[in-house]
Design a protein around this ligand. Structure first.
Ligand code: NI
Length: 187
């Protein structure tokens, strides 16, 4: 089932998500729904806050980027209860976008190497290091679990320049071609 994607300005995107347990109700279906929602909206990653749940669940399928980054071919990851450690302080700048911020793309500085600990959909533990663009995708999705979005990383000047676009998203004045939930109206 396709789920609506919560857009920038919604408070659910600003809360820190919590770990889940194997007893989480309907987990397998939720993960399947998250993949379906991500594929339907042409995303390469989706975090649970983006579908309105502050739970540490992320799905990634980086295959669509394989033309630019051959190492991403077939890379599919279900990350539950992920916890991230930065391994390399050197930062690289690349353009990013986000399903919760339709129509926007901005350059973001991120580190090249990370270590991630997580459990998969069967609650088997994993501990791996990632680098390159996959490390960037993971950091982007991990940000969502920490209540952050990628525009939090851009400069104040740049943020000022796209302020009206951000305000339009938060005010519900965008119509992406996938189902969305807007932020509740401010009184
Ligand atoms: Ni995102």
């Amino acid at each position: 089932m396709k789920l609506p994607i919560y857009l920038y300005g919604h408070p659910v995107l600003r809360k820190v998500s919590t770990d889940i347990t194997p007893e989480y109700p309907g987990l397998a279906q939720l993960i399947a729904d998250m993949y379906e929602t991500m594929y339907d909206s042409d995303g390469v990653g989706l975090a649970a806050p983006q579908i309105g749940r502050n739970d540490r669940i992320v799905v990634i399928d980086a295959s669509p980027l394989a033309e630019s980054f051959p190492e991403l071919d077939g890379v599919k990851l279900t990350l539950i209860n992920a916890h991230l450690e930065v391994l390399d302080g050197e930062k690289v700048t690349r353009a990013e976008g986000c399903l919760s911020l339709p129509g926007l793309s901005e350059n973001v500085n991120r580190v090249e190497h990370i270590r991630l600990q997580w459990v998969d959909e069967n609650f088997q533990p994993h501990d791996e290091e990632f680098s390159g663009f996959l490390a960037r995708i993971i950091q982007h999705e991990y940000d969502h679990l920490e209540g952050k979005v990628y525009v939090d990383h851009i400069s104040a000047i740049r943020k000022q320049l796209i302020k009206s676009k951000l305000n339009n998203i938060a005010a519900g004045k965008v119509r992406p071609d996938y189902p969305v939930r807007f932020a509740p109206r401010r009184k």
